[in-house]
Design a protein around this ligand. Structure first.
Ligand SMILES: [Zn+2]
Length: 220
């Protein structure tokens, strides 16, 4: 088996992400750079709690030709390859269906990052990538167009998120920071909506009064 250490790292990271609810069942996947020319990718449709180092695929980054491993690589390998090809500074790419950031993908707006720590990990903005079905080259091409050298996290419309980092640890930290940012964003929207409710009630009363007066005018 080639590159056993990095394959074991892929297994450890996948279990950790599953333990924290960022990966669910076989949903979510990741890629680590082995060196400038190779990546280690999670296999397609394998339960992360059953996965062993042998199941991890080693691919050539340039054209995704298989170098080692029996399994079929993740259907989202194309997305990871686009990230790691476009970002030679990055060593890891993680795609999740993490619950709160995924909820934000339904709203479909980019997220503005606040705070020095989150900005250092994520960049100033989290772009939103337009919808395309998961596992398609259409999706990886849309992501490729959205990639920027200063953005390490992306929301995928009505799907999930993808984060990258200069190391596996930094990519994991970006995933956690994105979830916290998404929570703040949703809380902000709920608070803004709650603040509007009294105004909406007042507007409703005004409309009722106007309607009543209008009817009276029409009758009299
Ligand atoms: Zn997905």
């Amino acid at each position: 088996m080639k590159f056993p250490e990095i394959r074991e790292q892929v297994v450890r990271m996948s279990v950790m992400l599953a333990d924290h609810g960022f990966f669910a069942a076989t949903g979510g996947n990741l890629a680590l750079k082995v060196d400038a020319e190779h990546i280690a990718v999670t296999p397609s449709a394998v339960d992360y709690y059953q996965m062993g180092p042998d199941d991890v695929c080693i691919l050539r980054l340039r054209d995704l030709a298989k170098v080692d491993g029996e399994r079929k690589p993740s259907v989202e390998t194309g997305m990871h390859a686009k990230v790691l090809q476009a970002r030679p500074d990055c060593a890891a790419s993680i795609h999740t269906h993490q619950p709160i950031a995924s909820a934000c993908t339904l709203i479909g707006k980019p997220l503005r990052v606040t705070g020095a720590g989150p900005r250092e990990l994520l960049g100033d903005n989290v772009p939103i990538v337009g919808y395309a079905p998961s596992g398609t080259s259409w999706l990886s091409k849309k992501l490729a167009k959205a990639l920027r050298p200063d953005a390490n996290a992306y929301l995928l419309r009505t799907h999930g998120a993808i984060c990258c980092g200069t190391s596996a640890e930094r990519a994991l930290q970006a995933i956690v920071a994105l979830e916290a940012l998404a929570l703040d964003y949703l809380r902000g929207r709920i608070a803004a909506r709650a603040a509007l409710l009294p105004q909406e009630a007042a507007l409703q009363r005004l409309l009722t009064t106007l309607n009543t007066e209008l009817v009276r005018d029409m009758v009299l």
